[in-house]
Design a binder for this molecule. Structure first.
Ligand SMILES: [Fe+2]
Length: 408
């Protein structure tokens, strides 16, 4: 890549890194289990919230697993409104509809029960509620939300996206098919409730994809250039917990101890990347999600080992730290050997959960230019990756990730 462009990317990333010290990343209260439900209700009551809008994933609603949460709100004499029109990729129109319902039912706070789509839909609706006259598409990008959104509780029903900890909402403009991110610290939920019981009926496929999404968040944050002490600590915690729990949780999603571990791992990974960013795995996966509707975590799982290998020696030292954190290799291995073992370990985890090494004729030859251009635009100059890559290199990685262009 052109050295001037590389220098520009690094300077841009440094400015954002320095600016992050002035942004409000304070820790928010996190409660868990049945006691956590009581705490949540008590805290909402103390703040005089009486009319929550509960945004709930329709599948979670159907299982009835969220009943204790809803009953506790009703028992506290709250007038609960609910909204379940949540789609896998939340749209701007969906957010506007939710905001309309919120106003119509005179709600005073938001509670999202579901995966990343549900939490992101509530975040986007929160913006529409406080900016009723401004089109939501205008908030695309970083630091555009200048008003506080309604008080917001996130209750994740999957362990992976980390949206309960992040400043991001990913939404789709259905008219232009543009899938974009709104990033602002005002979108970080005010309170998080971890209720492992909600995860007890997750299909193993969802456990695998969301778990690998969480691992990707932690790894991409850790190997990037924009870490501070807390993001390093959170990413390491997440990698260790995922290593210890994901395969067991995949084998038995009803194991609530493992569900709890994965919920917290996902939360820590979310906290790490919301300040330290992700990298090219996400930049490439977002394009595949937008064009072919592949689940985000599944795309990340396939791309993670491929992208980590492509970073080469620039990532060895930090990948070696991650290998050490999970005691993967003998201590006399050098960084290169440790990094290779860590990447091989990710491939083994994928294989153990039925995730493939490559996509099976997913990527169309005619889309390679568009996909690599979008990935380059998303990654550069923002993501503080170990090695900055050009559009051409990203195109090569896309080819490596699909059997169409040969088996790895
Ligand atoms: Fe992700």
């Amino acid at each position: 890549m052109n050295p001037f462009k590389k220098a520009y990317c690094r300077i841009y990333q440094k400015v954002f890194y320095l600016a992050s010290f002035f942004l409000p990343f304070q820790a928010k209260p996190v409660y868990e289990g049945d006691k956590g439900i009581a705490k949540m209700v008590e805290r909402l009551s103390l703040r005089h919230f009486r009319r929550p809008m509960v945004v709930i994933d329709p599948v979670v609603e159907q299982t009835g697993l969220s009943a204790p949460i809803l009953e506790a709100l009703v028992k506290a004499k709250m007038k609960v409104a609910s909204y379940n029109q949540v789609t896998p990729n939340p749209t701007l129109d969906g957010a506007l509809e939710l905001a309309y319902e919120y106003e119509k039912k005179c709600c005073d706070c938001l509670i999202a029960i579901g995966g990343g789509s549900t939490i992101d839909l509530a975040k986007a609706a929160g913006i529409a509620i406080v900016y009723p006259k401004k089109p939501l598409a205008k908030f695309k990008g970083v630091l555009k939300v200048h008003r506080r959104i309604p008080y917001f509780v996130a209750i994740p029903s999957t362990a992976g996206t980390g949206s309960e900890a992040t400043l991001a909402a990913v939404v789709v403009d259905a008219k232009t098919k543009d899938k974009f991110q709104i990033d602002d610290p005002k979108l970080i939920p005010d309170m998080v409730l971890m209720y492992p019981h909600l995860l007890s009926q997750l299909p193993p496929k969802v456990v695998a994809a969301t778990g690998m999404d969480a691992l990707t968040h932690a790894v991409e944050a850790y190997i990037g250039h924009s870490n501070v002490f807390s993001t390093r600590r959170d990413a390491l915690k997440a990698v260790t917990m995922i290593h210890a729990s994901l395969l067991d949780f995949y084998a038995r999603p009803s194991d609530e101890n493992k569900a709890r571990e994965m919920l917290f791992a996902s939360y820590y990974a979310g906290r790490a990347f919301t300040r330290a960013y992700v990298g090219y795995v996400h930049a490439l996966a977002h394009g595949l999600g937008g064009l072919y509707n592949v689940p985000h975590g599944y795309a990340n799982a396939v791309l993670l080992p491929i992208v980590l290998k492509a970073y080469g020696k620039k990532a060895w030292r930090k990948l070696a730290h991650l290998a050490d954190a999970i005691a993967l290799t003998p201590s006399d291995y050098n960084d290169q050997e440790k990094a290779a073992s860590f990447i091989a370990h990710i491939e083994k985890m994928n294989a153990a959960m039925g995730l493939p090494r490559q996509f099976d004729h997913l990527i169309q030859e005619g889309d390679l230019d568009l996909l690599s251009t979008r990935a380059e635009k998303e990654g550069n100059p923002l993501y503080p990756v170990p090695r900055i890559m050009s559009r051409q290199e990203l195109k090569t990685l896309l080819k490596r990730s699909d059997v169409t262009w040969g088996v790895r």
